[in-house]
Design a binder for this molecule. Structure first.
Ligand SMILES: Cc1cc2nc3c(=O)[nH]c(=O)nc-3n(C[C@H](O)[C@H](O)[C@H](O)COP(=O)(O)O)c2cc1C
Length: 212
């Protein structure tokens, strides 16, 4: 499990981001975010969206490499079992974060297997319970990955995650909205909307579960 610590200052000081500092009023400066990408592709457009989201988040933000996880097997997950190291690292990353962001493509009108596998490892252990979660899907097509987005929200709700609908996005026609050189979102309207989505997630993460 490779955790990449990505702690960011104000957007105005990030040379890789082309939007104005629209996130300046994001609540919860000290809130932490962990983000998972459903794409393992090196030059993934969803990875670019995730990178931009981490930059926009006004606090510590990390991502976890879910490609390192073994296939979920309940035999490895029982009370007497010691979870594989990559699983333990994922669980710790999610447990210690104030909010969870999932950014994913859609494959065959569904959730990429690698991402569903990661979520399966988090079902019984409970790290997602009452965790504020945002689901963002990006696609080259006009649908924005709507099937995968709906399926992810359903699965996360079943896991008792707190899916923040106002923080979820389906981003259509993602191709030209990405700057290939920086591997970040370069479309200003998309960046502004991404910042708005993250503000909703941060607001939700500000209170205790009972207070939300
Ligand atoms: C096997 C496969 C199935 C796909 N199925 C869909 C689909 O059902 N809906 C969709 O919007 N895009 C689909 N796509 C296109 C992906 O959205 C596109 O390849 C996208 O760039 C993948 O995300 P990434 O750039 O983050 O890797 C599919 C791509 C592949 C390789």
């Amino acid at each position: 499990m490779a955790h990449v610590p990505l702690t960011h200052g104000p957007l105005a000081h990030d040379p890789l981001t082309l939007a104005p500092p629209t996130h300046a009023s994001l609540p919860g400066d000290s809130l932490s975010l962990v983000a998972l990408s459903g794409s393992l592709r090196a030059r993934s457009s969803n990875g670019a969206v995730l990178n931009s989201a981490l930059t926009l988040w006004n606090g510590p933000a990390t991502t976890a490499d879910i490609g390192a996880l073994p296939h979920f097997n309940p035999d490895l997950d029982g009370e007497d079992a010691t979870p594989p190291a990559a699983v333990a690292a994922l669980r710790t990353a999610v447990a210690t974060a104030d909010a969870l962001l999932i950014v994913s493509p859609e494959y065959a009108h569904g959730v990429p297997g690698v991402l569903k596998n990661a979520l399966d490892w988090l079902v019984s252990s409970g790290e997602v319970v009452h965790k504020p979660v945002a689901v963002i899907t990006a696609s080259p097509f006009p649908t924005g990955g709507d099937h995968a987005n709906a399926q992810l929200r359903e699965t996360l709700r079943m896991m008792t995650g707190e899916v923040i609908t106002a923080a979820c996005r389906e981003i259509p026609a993602i191709g030209p909205k990405i700057d290939a050189a920086t591997e970040r979102v370069s479309d200003e309207a998309t960046l502004t909307d991404l910042a708005a989505a993250l503000a909703h997630l941060a607001t939700a993460a500000t209170g205790t579960p009972a207070a939300r």
